[in-house]
Write a protein that binds this ligand. Sequence first.
Ligand code: SF4
Length: 704
Amino acid sequence: MSVFKSYKTTCSYCGVGCGIIANKDAKGVMTVSGDPDHPVNRGMLCSKGMNLHHVVQDKSDRILYPEMRWSKGHDRQRVSWDQAFDKAAAVFNAMIRKYGPDSVGFYVSGQCLTEEYYLVNKLAKGFIGTNNVDTNSRLCMSSAVVGYKQALGEDSVPITYDDIELADCFMIAGANPAWCHPILYRRIEAHKEKNPNTKIIVVDPRKTQSCDIADLHLQILPGTDVALYNAIARRLIDRKKIDKNFIANHTDNFEELKKSLMAMSISEASKICGVSVADIKKAASYIADAKGFITMWAMGLNQSSIGVNKNNALLNLSLLTGHIGKPGSGPFSLTGQPNAMGGREVGGMANLLAVHKDLANDEHRREVANFWGGKEISGKPGLTATEMFDALESGKLKAVWVICTNPLVSLPNANKVEKALKQAKFVIVQDISYRSETTEYADLLLPAAGWAEKEGTMTNSERRITHLSKVVDPPGEAMSDSEILWNFARKMGYRGFDYNTVEEVYKEHCTLTKGTSIDITGLNYTRLKNEGSFQWPVPQNNHPGTSRLFEDKKFHTDTSNAKFVIPRFVKPTSELITEKYPLILTTGRVRDQWHTRTKTGKVNKLLTHIRDPYLEISQVDAFLRKLNDGDIAVIESKRGKVQVKIKITDTISKGVVFLPMHWGKVLGNDYGRANNLTTSIVDPISKEPDFKFSAVQVSKYEKA
Ligand code: SF4
């Protein structure tokens, strides 16, 4: 292909945030390659990233024009943007007038660009007067947000990817980076190849592909992480392998933690978590000997009824050993989505306020409200992801606006979500593709521009902000999400949305960060385009960005010390395993699919890896049910059923089964939708659902 023009951008899939060069030829045909100058991936891309251009090029599934149902029960018809905005504004105004601002809500996505996230929060919290803005990031990292806030005083990821090459011990817990964060995994793998003495501990109920480089795989029973990390912590204390100076000078609550840890012996903990005492001691000895220790975790910890507790227990290991704020060390939660971190920066959740200010703090709310020039901001947290759909079902929430996400497949207890969408008074869906099953329930469907069709910024897992270029025009009448939001706001009569470009939105966001711990007043599009990506904070125009946080050991708590938080539960508080539902279902991801397959599902090359959903089951559990490899099985929970082929494997323990979460309707049938089965139980603090512990039964499928 002869290249007409090249653009720098960022991958729109996982939180690793790889830099991409998008090339366009004279006919507008696009190809992609890894950006060799980008510090994250240095030219590499995984299978998903290297096929991104196919997603842009194939327009067969795209929503091209606004569509509207003139009344419930009727088909949608094509309308103009003017008609669409009139209708949206009329419905929202009517609901707000009749039932109050909390009768409407926005459910958005970690794939939204920072500018879009900023606008939807400004619109809802600052002008409509509701905090009912939540995001699908609630489903993947809200427990980590709370964990960081409790321990470090703020939602701040302390480390940088460059710490990987400086560490000599990793604990990868509840994450499978080999498949879900492949380029990051490749860096760890390459580091291990060069430095074979580097120790890698993987904690996972499944023996995943990430175990290929592990020195130690701790195959815990689902949900029992706290018992394991507490036992390791106890062993470190017993052997005096803790950093006494760091603990004495930079932490609070050590004695309380010690007392609570001493209440359980290592052998008791071993019985709870299913990991031998010898392996617990071995893990502790690897950590004790490390000069640089990184803990790395994702959904396996966060998606739990005790997700915050699991985060607390893991964070305690870094604090006990003083492995934070120094090279090659620190706790590191991986974000699943490309801009989950950017969403957190703009306060893109129902309980957050912009730029890491505190929603519960009157002064903070006043500052933000004054800056926006709209209404007073309510101090009452809004509805979180699952609460929003519960409220739709009960009728408390009248209208929901879904942006760039597919809750019908991704939220737990999908049959309940379907009922909620059917019962809602009004549903607006703003997306790129009809492949999102949620579009079926839209009363108003708005065509959005996708990746490479719009400009903006995103922040990856290590706080690195990258600019994304517009490469091609969106098809039909599709509009960028920012334009849709500011046009709607103007139609509502709100002042302060008279932007002409997304750059103006970004400038405003940067100004609001002034003086905060995420200060990026030194950033602008020109710097991002000319100098590349930056890690926040970037407080001055000539500031190079901040790769590592807390090097001064000053944490953002009331005492400036990090806090040991004592986890309240050592066992999951999810639903009970019963005779009727005797197996624990855990859900997760496969290498070449992404979320609910609205993008990856249409790329043929990505289907060659795994085409259909399947259930992983142990030899013993399959034998007990007279199941052979490849048989179709029915998996059933209190909430619903699915039918998939089974895969008998020795990588999963007896009593546990695994189902990928990506599939929704296959051939018009929802037989593979894992969330038909999952429980709606959430962590009481983070409100993150427990996708890793649902009670199910598996039996052979018999034709009726
Ligand atoms: Fe994209 Fe993540 Fe793959 Fe990088 S590792 S190319 S960000 S999907």
